[in-house]
Design a binder for this molecule. Structure first.
Ligand code: GLY
Length: 360
C-alpha cells in the first residue's frame, strides 16, 4: 500500500470503474500524470495556492478553471447550471477530466457536474479538508442541495482518481479539524477497531492536526470506506447488517441538527459528533456494554463541538424527514460493539428524547 511517500488504497468496484486513492506528498504529482487530453479545474478559493500549482502542472491542458467560495451555498441548481453553461462555452467534450479541488461541498458539486454534463465526464477529487478526505470525496456520492434538505439531488459517479496531500490540513481552522476527526471516529466505530484504538491513543495529536497522525487516520478511513463501498456500492443492502448505510452512524440526529440549526451553523462533522452521542445513548439502551459505552463516549466527548440550542421537538420532527428513512420509518445505525453496527427502525419517540439529553 505504500509506494515512496504515497500510500495507495484501491476502491474495488469489481469493474473498470475501480480507482485508486493516493495519500501523501506525492499524490498531486500522480494526479497531474493522469491520462487526460484536457482538464477543467473547479477549486475552492480557500486553497488557491494548491489549485494554482495543479493548474500550472496541467499547463496547456487546462481548458477551463474557476474558483468558488466553498460551503453549502455552492451546492445549488443555480451554480451547477452556470457551470454547465461555462463548460458549453468552453466547448468541453467527453475527453475532458474535471478536477475538483476543495472541501466536501466543492467535490460534491464537481462530482455532480461531472456526472451529468454530456451524460458523464471522468473526474478526479482533490479533497483539502479532513472531512472530505476521510469521507466525502471517496465513494462516488455526488450531490447538490434543495431548500427541502441537503443532498436531495445527486448521482453515484465515482472519481477516476483521488489525490490527498495531508499538507492541505495544516491550514485548516481547528473546528474543521475537529469535524474531520469526528467523521474519522465514526468510521472507526462502525468499521475499524484498530483505528478506534489508534484514535484513543492519539486524539490530542489528531485534534492538533499532527500531520503524521492525520495521514495515518486518513489512510485507515479511506481503506475502511473502500471495503464498505465495495460491499454495497449503492447503499442497497437490506439485510439489517447495514451495508454502506453503516457509514451514516450518528447521521440521523446529525442531519436533523444541521437542518434545525440552519445549514452552515454546525460543520457537518460537528453535527455527526453530536449525533453519535445520541446514537451511543440508544445503543446503550439496547445492550451496548456500559464499560465499552463509557470508553467510546469519553473519546466522542473529547472532540469539541458547539452546543446547539435546538429544541428537541424540532430535532425529532427533522429526523422524520431524513432522506435515509425507509417505508416512512426513521432509521438509526446503532452498534453492539466496535465495528459491529446494525440498523433499527423501531426507536420510539421517548427513547429519542432520552437520547437527545446526551447532547447537552
Ligand atoms: N458519507 C457516507 C457515504 O459515503 O456513504
Amino acid at each position: 500500500m505504500i509506494a515512496g511517500n504515497v500510500q495507495r488504497v484501491r476502491v474495488d468496484l469489481g469493474d473498470e470503474r475501480s480507482y485508486d486513492v493516493a495519500i501523501g506528498a506525492g499524490a498531486i504529482d500522480e494526479l497531474t500524470a493522469i491520462d487526460a487530453r484536457t482538464v477543467v479545474v473547479l477549486y475552492d478559493v480557500a486553497v488557491e495556492p494548491l489549485a494554482q500549482t495543479i493548474i500550472a502542472e496541467f499547463g496547456s491542458r487546462v481548458a477551463f478553471q474557476r474558483g468558488l467560495v466553498g460551503g453549502e451555498d455552492v451546492k445549488t441548481w443555480g451554480l451547477a447550471g452556470d457551470i454547465f453553461d461555462w463548460l458549453a462555452d468552453a466547448h468541453i467534450d467527453r475527453d475532458t477530466v474535471l478536477i475538483a479541488v476543495g472541501g466536501g461541498t466543492v467535490t460534491d458539486l464537481g462530482g455532480f457536474v461531472a456526472a451529468t454534463y454530456l451524460r458523464g465526464l471522468r473526474w478526479c477529487a482533490v479533497p483539502t479538508t479532513l472531512l472530505a478526505a476521510v469521507d466525502a470525496a471517496v465513494g462516488g456520492k455526488t450531490a447538490i442541495n434543495l431548500g427541502a434538505g441537503k443532498n436531495l439531488v445527486g448521482v453515484f459517479h465515482h472519481p477516476s482518481f483521488v489525490a490527498i496531500d495531508p499538507a492541505a490540513f495544516a491550514t485548516l481552522d481547528p473546528r474543521d479539524v475537529a469535524a474531520g476527526v469526528g467523521e474519522a471516529l465514526k468510521t472507526a466505530l462502525v468499521a475499524d477497531p484498530e483505528l478506534f484504538v489508534y484514535l484513543e491513543r492519539n486524539m490530542g495529536r489528531a485534534l492538533a492536526a499532527d500531520p503524521e497522525v492525520l495521514a495515518i487516520t486518513v489512510a485507515r478511513c479511506v481503506a475502511a470506506k473502500a471495503r464498505v463501498v465495495a460491499g454495497d456500492e449503492r447503499e442497497r443492502d437490506d439485510t439489517g447488517a447495514g451495508g454502506r448505510a453503516i457509514l451514516n452512524f450518528g447521521h440521523t440526529v446529525g442531519h436533523a441538527l444541521e437542518k434545525t440549526c440552519g445549514y452552515g451553523a454546525l460543520r457537518h462533522g460537528e453535527a455527526v459528533v453530536l449525533g453519535m452521542r445520541a446514537a451511543l445513548a440508544l445503543s446503550r439502551e439496547r445492550g451496548l456494554a456500559p464499560a465499552l459505552a463509557d470508553r467510546i463516549e469519553t473519546l466522542v466527548n473529547a472532540i469539541p463541538t458547539p452546543h446547539p440550542e435546538a429544541a428537541h421537538d424540532a430535532v425529532i420532527a427533522a429526523t422524520a424527514s431524513d432522506k435515509k428513512r425507509k417505508a416512512g420509518k426513521v432509521r438509526f445505525i446503532l452498534i453492539r460493539d466496535i465495528a459491529q453496527p446494525y440498523i433499527v427502525d423501531d426507536v420510539n419517540e421517548a427513547s429519542v428524547r432520552r437520547a437527545l439529553t446526551a447532547l447537552a
